[in-house]
Structures are given as C-alpha cells and as structure tokens.
Design a protein. Sequence first.
Length: 303
Amino acid sequence: MKHLLSLLETSEQDIQDILNLADIVKAEVKQGIYKPYLKNKTIGLIFEKNSTRTRVSFEVGAVQLGAYPLFLDASTMQIGRGEPIQDTARVLSRYLDGIMIRTFEQAEVEALAEYGDIPIINGLTDFAHPCQVLADLQTIREYKGKLEGLKMTFIGDGNNMCNSLMVGALKTGMSFACACPEGYLPDPKCLDFAKAYGDKFQLTNDPMEAAKDADVILTDVWASMGEEGEAAQRKAVFEGVYQVNAKLMEQAKSDCMVLHCLPAHRGEEITEDVFEAHANEIFDEAENRLHAQKAVMVLLMQD
Ligand code: CP
Ligand code: NVA
C-alpha cells in the first residue's frame, strides 16, 4: 500500500492489516505505551474544508507516534491563490514524509499522489472518506467480534460516507444495504463495484426495507460540506423519510448498533433518542479515528 486514496484502491488484505494494527496501537495507548514508530517523520495536514475530528486526531496521532504534524490551512497556502496541485505535490515531497489532505475533488488527491513521491492520505473528499470508514469498521469489530456475515445499512444521501461504507463493508465480508432518494444515489464507480457482490448488496429508496435485520445502521448529514447552498432543497427531499428513528430501529436486529461519523444534526438524519441511546458506540467510533489513522500512518510512512 503506497497511499490511502479511497477504499476502492485499498486491497482487502491492506484493510485487514490497518484494522489489526489499529487494535494493537489502541491497546498500547490504553497501557500508557507510546512507541515512536515514526520518530523524526513529518506529515502535512492540508485542509480545504472545516474539521474537528480529522484535524485533532491526525495531529495527536502523529505526535503519539513520534512524528511532527504541520496543520496547513489551504486558504493561506499558495494553492489558495491558484498554485497547481502538481507543483505543490513536488515541493512538499521535498520537505515532508507524508500528506493528509481534505478537499473537494478526488482528482486533487490523485494528482498529489501522481506528482509527489510521498504517501498521500485522503482525509475526506466529495467522493470518499476512507479514514472515517476504517474507524467505523474497527468499532463494529470491537462490539461484534467480527465483520464477516454482518449486515450494514446506510440511510440518507449517497455521499462520500455512503460510497466508502459500501466499499469497506463489502471488502470485509459484510453485506450492505443503502436507502437513498432518487437523484441522491451513490457514485456510479462504487455502485459498479458493489453490484459484483450480488445479493450481498441492496440499493433501495425505502429506509424500512434497507434496515431489515441490520446489525449496524449508519447515516450522515443531508447536505455535506460544500453543499450548504442546496440545504433547503435537500431538506425537502429527505425530511420525514430518510431518518434513523425508533420506528426504523424496529426493523433492525434487537442488538443493532448505530454509528454516525459526526457532526450530527439531531432531528434531521437522526433523532435525539436514537443518538443518545447509541452514544457510547458513536463516541467510541470518534475515538477510533485516532487509532485507525495511526495505523494508516505507520503502514504508509514507516521505513
Ligand atoms: N467525521 C469527521 O470527519 O469529522 P470532522 O469533519 O470534524 O473532521
Ligand atoms: N458527508 C459529510 C461528512 C462529514 C464528516 C461531509 O462531507 O460534509
């Protein structure tokens, strides 16, 4: 594995290796052990969108590994004034040992990987959110003891989370159902990938149908970062139907987990009662961003 661009390009074995190492580094930290796996390394963290979890977990994770993280606000970099990503990639490759980037276009992340010669980690694009989904898989495995054979359901917008969950679930032996409204379907590349899994994959417009017998249900905001201008129009489409609420949970298995990448909009994609009933799972999921990303950094950046 040279980069983490999306889970489509990440092999099943690499996903398992990340999850296994994530469990190890988590156990080490719980015992107060901080091994300097990345001593003297540097990682640049480029943000073209807001972040709480991704920024803090990457900064803290790098420090715990003995590396030095640089927070790089894209609006104050020359990329913010039009310097091409191809040149930025070649310059930063001379200084840094790795880059995490949060941006809009997946093509930008791919260009960094193509023109630079250091590992590139996708910290969220409009297309994918692989770091989040690795943390989600780690959390499900912690609670359920396995991934193989479980059913994951996603309710809502066919966005970056839906795309990455679909690929991550199917690559780890889970079945995947998603309920998205017409016009808000997942990316065609991910749908093509998923269709090869036959009846382990289901796409529907009906949340109740998708939630049937689920082991874990996930949802995400109706309007993602960059889509703020469409928020009212999206609300009109999603409201009242594409919501994780008590009635939907009745369709799922009685021990069904609920996860949310956060930030959550209570009363929109998830109700307050369901969110709070599953808060332990959701905040363990948030914590696992730290451990899963430390595993990614080690596997990509260690000598
Ligand atoms: N879930 C997630 O990526 O959170 P942030 O936007 O706060 O980084
Ligand atoms: N789909 C959301 C995820 C935020 C972590 C967004 O892209 O804004």
